[in-house]
Structures are given as structure tokens and as C-alpha cells.
Design a protein around this ligand. Structure first.
Ligand code: SAH
Length: 337
């Protein structure tokens, strides 16, 4: 099978899939994400949306749509922060796009004041002006992998060899190389390219919404250009072989932001970024927020400083993670870009 089929089975198989069972997100789980590291992340995203609501002409009903909300921390922190902007808070209704029942339960208990609506697909969320937030969502989309060989691009496959799962290559080369990432055109023998087949449909769904009603989509993820073997399996915060214990660990691949931005431009959306997460959070005032939190909680000051560093420093998440904003066609450049 293709790497994408393998990834889809490991993540989404209704019985054995990682997300169909109980994904372990957080400090005591398999992997940790920015909103699980610090409340500052969700708070700043909430305040950014409150600020951008002006550009949308302050619609009295605005959808807050999060793709893959995990344990619900980002939205919980954002909603708490936007209480400072009561008219915006009043206007919001919350929609979660989530497949895992287990995580839907965790999301419900993270949000004490409101009850979100859950949907399987973005197309199922009600229409209207919207902020769409996706943090570490697109890295879950299964990728196909291709290896540059003498006579073209061969697809990397997963199969059984002597009873063990192992990687191999397709017998014949890929017939249509126009599918490959732009950066693959100059690749040398041995190079690996990745392609997320589901990406265009997600961008089309976002574009359909943002063209019908004003809104912005904020996408934050491991930045890439579709080149290299970025398939990664994490178990208890350690990298393990993706072929080990299928369905037991989180599988991700870096997101081809070039492909994502080009698909959005082709669909007629405004595109801002990608820029590094560290620079974007700095522009939003993360330093002032960290200082205020530390003043209010002197006993936690060191920990807050560590969290701030983790989110923003180039040696940590600050450069590896990229931020991209897709906007309805006529909107101005959003804050921080
Ligand atoms: N955004 C969260 C969680 C990231 S993990 C955070 O930053 O902490 C990925 C999330 O996306 C999980 O909630 C997972 O169940 C969900 N997910 C993955 N693929 C999905 C799909 N195709 N449709 C809907 N949700 C999906």
C-alpha cells in the first residue's frame, strides 16, 4: 500500500486507528502542542480574532470554527481572553471539526461555559462569517511519498517482507509528475517528495466559505515545501519507527505550505505568510503577555519564561512552525503578517 494508505489506516481505522481510539496529547501523553504548552498561545489567537473582527465589519453572528481541536485548550484559552471584548464574545458560536469521539468528550469538558457543535467535515458547519483555526491539523493529513530514481519518480510503498512491515518502491514510475511539489522539479536522484492527496479538498472547502462570507483561516503547522522524508511517529515524546506498532503512535508529516498557499491563491483567496511562529507571536505581543502572567504568578515565573521560549525560540518551535492566513478576497492584510 502507499504511505498515505498506511498512514490513513494507522490514524483513522475505526477500530485500530490512533485517532479513533484515545490519542494521548499533552505533557503526560505521546506528543505536546503549542496550546498544551502554554495558555498564551490560545489567548493571543483569540485576541487576534477579536482585532480582525473589525476588518470583517463586526458581524453580529460570527462562527469560531476549529479544525482538529485536540483537548480543546486553544479554544478554551481564546474564549477566556476575548471576554475582554464582550461584543465579539457575544457574536461567537463555536464549531469543532473532529472525528475522534474520545477527543470530542475531552473538548466538551474543556469548555465549561458554552457547548460547541461538532461536525465531521468543514462543509457541515453552518454558513456565515467565520474564523477558522487549524493548529497541528494539516500535519495529520496522510502523505504519499515519491523517491527520485534514474528513470523517474517511484512511489514509496509499505508492505510485508519476511513477515515484517517494511518500505519498498513501486515497480513503475509515477506517470503524472505534475502532481509533485514545485520544489521536486529540480530534485536529484535519491530525493524524496511528499504529497498530501486530501489537501486540495480542504483548501477548496475553506475557499468556498471565505468567498461566500467574510472571514479568515489561520493555519499553524510544521512548515515544509513537500521535499524530504518528514513522516514522523511519536510515542511518549520519543521518535519511533513509523512501522513500529501501527495505530499505537501519532503519525505526522510536515505541511507543504507552498502547495497550500498556491491552492488558496488559485481559489482566489488572500494569502498572508507563511511566517515563523516565533515572529508572529512576537508581533502579537507574547512578550508583554508573558511578563504580565509572571507578575500575576511570581511562583510560576520561571515556568512561564520556559514556555515563552518554547513557543518562540528558533531552536524550539519558533522557526519550525509556520503561520499562514487565508482571507476572503477583499480583506486587508491581517495583524502580525
Ligand atoms: N489542535 C490540537 C490537536 C492537534 S492533534 C492542538 O493543537 O493541541 C490533531 C487533531 O486533529 C486531533 O483532534 C484529531 O483527532 C483531529 N483530526 C485529525 N484528522 C482529522 C480529520 N481528517 N478530520 C477531523 N479531525 C481530524
Amino acid at each position: 500500500m502507499s504511505v498515505a494508505q498506511f498512514m490513513a489506516a494507522c490514524l483513522y481505522d475505526p477500530e485500530g486507528g490512533y485517532y479513533a481510539r484515545a490519542p494521548r496529547i499533552g505533557a503526560d501523553g505521546d506528543f505536546i502542542t503549542a496550546p498544551e504548552i502554554s495558555q498564551m498561545f490560545g489567548e493571543l489567537i483569540g485576541l487576534w480574532c477579536a482585532h480582525e473582527w473589525d476588518a470583517l465589519a463586526r458581524p453580529s453572528q460570527t462562527r469560531w470554527i476549529e479544525l482538529g481541536p485536540g483537548r480543546g485548550a486553544l479554544t478554551a484559552d481564546a474564549l477566556r481572553a476575548v471576554r475582554a471584548s464582550p461584543q465579539f464574545a457575544e457574536a461567537l458560536d463555536v464549531h469543532f471539526i473532529e472525528l475522534s469521539d474520545e477527543l470530542r468528550r475531552a473538548q466538551a469538558s474543556a469548555l465549561t461555559q458554552i457547548r460547541p457543535a461538532w461536525h465531521d467535515r468543514l462543509e457541515d458547519a453552518p454558513e456565515g462569517p467565520a474564523f477558522i483555526i487549524a493548529n497541528e491539523f494539516f500535519d495529520c493529513l496522510p502523505v504519499r511519498q515519491f523517491v527520485r530514481a534514474e528513470n523517474g519518480w517511484r512511489e514509496r510503498l509499505v508492505g510485508l517482507r519476511d513477515g515484517e512491515l517494511s518500505f519498498g518502491l513501486s515497480a513503475s514510475p509515477l506517470p503524472d509528475v505534475s502532481l509533485l511539489p514545485i520544489a521536486a522539479q529540480e530534485a536529484e536522484i535519491g530525493a524524496i517528495a511528499e504529497l498530501a492527496p486530501a489537501l486540495p479538498a480542504w483548501i477548496a472547502a475553506i475557499a468556498a466559505r471565505l468567498k461566500a462570507h467574510p472571514g479568515r483561516a489561520l493555519i499553524i503547522d510544521y512548515g515544509g515545501d513537500g521535499m524530504g522524508d518528514t513522516l514522523q511517529a511519536l510515542s511518549r515524546h520519543r521518535k519511533v519507527s513509523p512501522l513500529e506498532n501501527p495505530g499505537e503512535c501519532d503519525l505526522t508529516a510536515h505541511v507543504d505550505f507552498t502547495a497550500l498557499a498556491n491552492a488558496a491563491l488559485d481559489a482566489g483567496l488572500g494569502v498572508s505568510g507563511p511566517i515563523a511562529q516565533g515572529a508572529w507571536l512576537a508581533a502579537l505581543g507574547v512578550e508583554a503577555r508573558a511578563a504580565a502572567l509572571a507578575r500575576a504568578n511570581p511562583a510560576r515565573a520561571e515556568r512561564i519564561a520556559r514556555e515563552h521560549r518554547r513557543l518562540t525560540h528558533p531552536d524550539e518551535m519558533g522557526a519550525l512552525f509556520q503561520v499562514l492566513c487565508l482571507s476572503s478576497p477583499t480583506l486587508p492584510t491581517p495583524a502580525g503578517f
